[in-house]
Write a protein that binds this ligand. Structure first.
Ligand code: FNR
Length: 373
């Protein structure tokens, strides 16, 4: 269908499902075990309702914000997700171009199908890109990676800590894309050819290959100072899943946390990130003063974005929607979903009585104990 027929992010997902190969869609869409956490990530948003304020001037409405001090046209960023070339020959660069046009920040995955250099070369000079780091278990290899991404000009490191072993994603295991990688030429720029890896793929599917070399012994005491010594870049911990760890992150003096369960692809029955955000608001609101808090998982509407901002998030990330959009329409698809989100966000902000993101406040939202649908 022509792009103008795409009215929301679900429409985009449906087009992607039609055009992607069975294996590619299985890899992008799958989640762990019975996929309950993935479903609940999205459903959690339906338990929060707005308390709209009227008779407030909203003719001028500005949804822009800053993330780690970098400008963003809406409080939304791209959460790094692997293997964009599975869906489109230009891969991650589609997302880079779309983000530039619409003024939002792309976090590039450690397992992107293009190298960090190729992706940042395709970016505009003024464009901000963040890097998602999987820490290699070999410190020397990890150190080289960190130095490289700082030298290339990435502006922050999102250290992923929720994927030290691959989650059990059965739809991907049943038809693992990665074993047939060589047929279409390598889509993946990191070495994958060792025996342990092949074994992991048979058990864990594509995810097994992608996180096989990850450090399983990371700690607050050891890993954060290690990273701080190596790099001046802001550090964000991606994959915080409870209030206690949010507090530990603040004590470790990192710059931010991304509340995330990896889109339900890692620990099945991990709490929905929006509920973790709510618990931080209830139990430890001081955390919001000490670092920037972000959320990802199941965000599909402008109202979802606003709910997280009302509860104290600085911005929210989306993973799958960007993979689907670039698969279906290349960079134009990426532009389209950002424009959709922007329109949904400004419409809802006006109806809610907010003209800037600073106006979005915990008083404007209420958690209900009934389910919307
Ligand atoms: C991911 N995610 C992810 N996270 C990460 O830190 N490194 C990675 O390489 C990947 N790869 C990846 C691939 C695919 C296909 C998906 C769907 C996800 C997790 C991602 O960053 C993010 O946390 C979730 O995608 C957010 O959930 P939604 O927006 O997809 O519901």
């Amino acid at each position: 269908p022509p792009l103008r027929r795409i009215l929301n992010l679900t429409d985009m997902e449906k087009v992607a499902e039609q055009i992607l190969s069975h294996k590619a869609f299985a890899y992008y869409s799958s989640a762990s075990d019975d996929e309950i956490t993935n479903i609940e990530n999205a459903r959690a948003f339906t338990r929060y309702f707005f308390k709209a304020r009227v008779m407030r001037p909203v003719a001028h409405c500005d949804p822009s914000t800053k993330i780690l001090g970098f400008k963003s046209s809406i409080p939304v960023f791209v959460s790094g997700a692997a293997l964009a070339k599975l869906g489109h020959p230009d891969g991650e660069v589609n997302i880079t171009k779309g983000c530039f046009k619409e003024g939002i920040i792309q976090m590039v995955s450690s397992n992107a199908s293009l190298s960090p250099a190729t992706i940042i070369d395709a970016a505009h000079k003024s464009q901000t890109l963040f890097f998602q780091l999987y820490k290699h278990r070999n410190d020397e290899i990890a150190e080289k990676r960190v130095r490289e991404i700082e030298r290339l000009g990435y502006k922050a490191i999102f250290l992923t800590v929720d994927a030290i072993v691959p989650g059990n994603r059965e739809r991907d295991v049943r038809s693992p894309w990665i074993l047939e990688e060589q047929e279409s030429g390598p889509l993946y720029h990191v070495e994958t050819d060792n025996d342990m890896l092949k074994e992991d793929v048979n058990i864990f599917g594509t995810a097994g290959a992608l996180v096989a070399n990850d450090d399983r012994d990371m700690t607050w005491e050891k890993t954060i100072p290690w990273l701080r010594r190596l790099s001046k870049l802001p550090i964000v911990i991606k994959g915080v899943q409870c209030v206690e760890d949010a507090v530990l992150a603040a004590e470790a003096q990192v710059d931010g946390i991304l509340l995330s369960n990896h889109g339900g692809r890692q620990l099945e029955y991990s709490l929905p990130p929006l509920e973790v955000l709510y618990s931080i608001r209830q139990q430890r609101p001081d955390v919001f003063e000490r670092l920037e808090v972000y959320v990802d998982g199941g965000v599909r509407r402008g109202t979802d974005v606003i709910k997280a901002i009302c509860l104290g998030a600085k911005a929210v990330g989306l993973g799958r929607p960007f993979l689907y959009a670039q698969s279906a329409y290349g960079a134009d698809g990426v532009v389209k979903i950002i424009q959709i989100l922007k329109r949904e966000i400004t419409t809802a902000m006006r109806l809610l009585g907010a003209s800037t993101v600073e106006d979005l406040h915990p008083d404007m939202i209420q958690r209900v104990d009934w389910q919307a649908y």
